[in-house]
Design a protein around this ligand. Structure first.
Ligand code: NDP
Length: 448
């Protein structure tokens, strides 16, 4: 009989926690999970998944418009936000059920309550129950960061955006990153007047400059406004319930909704980390080694709470690596090189590997191939929206260091192209591949 109640106690049933728990159980461990909210975590419940459904819903605004050029006569189209919202939320309920089932089918016990670490092997649940485990895994994720200033409580975050009663007429989105650009596209397609304000003078820091510029230009053409070098001073509530936002370097503006998309911070509060000696880094995230182990030998952490790369597939890999290392005797680390990513803006951006400026810094110079084209569908639809593909290569060997794309379906295309980039293939390898015609992705093997 083991001296502990469980081999593994996981705190947080999001992408990383669920994968780690399920696989550890499959490796033979006795596993329990505590989740204070809903099984599935940010990605499934209030992030990637419902957001993608809204992106699909929003895209119909353009599709219905474009359809006319393809011979379709469509009467007056009317958008029903409540219907879409409820359909999305119902599907999230379904996924939440599936995630719970997966854990249960693997024999993982779920505690629907908050857990605090009260010793290297001890967890106290909010009910007061105390549990012991050989290993504790922290997978509590992150939450939206809300800047502190007078009246900040009048704004919402992406958490609340999925539950709105109606689409606000005028939306101010703070931040210029993933969430800001994705929700700007969604709200704009649904007919809201959207303004993005960012503290710096750019959007999507870290993405290739040409992609950022192209998205900015297309967003402006679609009617999205931008205010740069703008920081909040205060928000006041007007008599009619709308909000007056005061910011640096710009005039105050009246809006119906302020959405903060200003980054996400690790959920470390109230976990008992200080008491038990789990160290955090300068960003407030849990510090771990390459095997996801914290400064306490029996305590591990994976996913956004460690703030390495805040992406679901990365958290899942960390959870898998943890389970294989600790419960299958197979020490496994995650390879963080060449992680592809996408911004589901309108149109989307997708990227893998180095940007032009990163490659220039690393290699002194780089060779750049681009294709700037109007997708066939956009041409027939009279939609003056051009796609841009960019390949960054090492000058001597022709090895592809990075691929960056903006245009329809680019996230679908980058996933496959990322295999080639990850495998270290060269421009010549791309060129040696015959094009599939007529497609957008054929541009990748025809780059000049
Ligand atoms: P991002 O890190 O993408 O962007 C944050 C934005 O907020 C930046 O433009 C930044 O400005 C600004 N900002 C940061 N701190 C402050 C502050 N203190 N005051 C004012 N502005 C600030 O964060 P998001 O919130 O958009 O998304 C969080 C994370 O979630 C992403 O990093 C991503 O990893 C993940 N995510 C991934 C998605 C996907 O894969 N499609 C979708 C959504 C989220 P600047 O940098 O210009 O100075």
């Amino acid at each position: 009989m083991s001296e502990y109640d469980y081999d593994l106690f996981t705190i947080g049933a999001g992408s990383g926690g669920v994968r780690a728990s399920r696989v550890s159980a499959a490796h033979g461990a006795r596993v329990a999970v505590a989740e204070e909210f809903r099984v599935g975590g940010t990605c499934v419940i209030r992030g990637c998944v419902p957001k993608k459904m809204l992106v699909y819903g929003a895209h119909f605004a353009e599709d219905l418009e474009d359809a006319k050029h393809f011979g379709w006569e469509i009467g007056e189209a009317r958008f029903d936000w409540v219907k879409l919202r409820d359909n999305v939320l119902n599907d999230i309920d379904r996924l939440n059920g599936l995630y719970k089932q997966t854990l249960e089918n693997n024999g993982v016990e779920i505690f629907h309550e908050r857990a605090t670490i009260t010793g290297p092997h001890e967890i106290t649940l909010s009910s007061g129950e105390v549990k012991t485990a050989k290993v504790i895994l922290i997978a509590t994720g992150a939450r939206p960061f809300v800047p502190g200033f007078e009246g900040h409580e009048h704004g919402i975050t992406s958490n609340e955006a999925f539950h709105l009663d109606a689409i606000p007429q005028r939306v101010l989105i703070a931040g210029g990153g993933y969430i800001a650009n994705e929700f700007a596209g969604i709200f704009n397609e649904f007919g809201a007047k959207v303004t993005i304000m960012n503290r710096s003078d750019q959007i999507l820091r870290g993405y290739d400059e040409a992609m950022r510029d192209r998205l900015l230009q297309i967003s402006l053409a679609k009617g999205i406004n931008f205010r740069f070098q703008a920081e909040f001073e205060k928000i006041e509530k007007n008599a009619d319930g709308s909000l007056k936002v005061f910011m640096t370097n710009h005039d105050p503006m009246d809006v119906d909704c302020v959405l903060y998309a200003t980054g996400r911070v690790p959920n470390v509060e109230g976990l008992g980390l200080g008491e038990v000696g789990v160290a955090t880094n300068d960003r407030g995230a849990i510090a771990v080694d390459e095997y996801n182990r914290t400064s306490v030998e029996s305590i591990y952490a994976v996913g956004d709470v460690t703030d390495r790369i805040q992406l679901t597939p990365v958290a899942i890999r960390e959870g898998q690596a943890f389970a294989d290392t600790v419960f299958a005797g197979k020490p496994t680390t995650v390879d963080y090189g060449c992680v592809p990513s996408a911004v589901f803006s309108h149109p989307p951006i997708a990227s893998v590997g180095m940007t032009e400026s990163e490659a220039t810094k690393a290699f002194g110079s780089c060779t750049v191939y681009t294709s700037d084209f109007r997708p066939m569908k956009n041409a027939l639809a009279h939609r003056n929206e051009r796609a841009l593909y960019k390949m960054i290569c090492e000058p001597e060997t022709g090895k592809v260091l990075g691929l960056h794309m903006i245009g329809p379906d680019s996230p679908e295309i980058i996933q496959v192209a990322a295999v080639a980039v990850k495998a270290g293939l060269t421009k010549a390898d791309f060129d040696a591949t015959v094009a599939v015609h007529p497609t957008m992705s054929e541009e990748l093997v025809l780059l000049k």
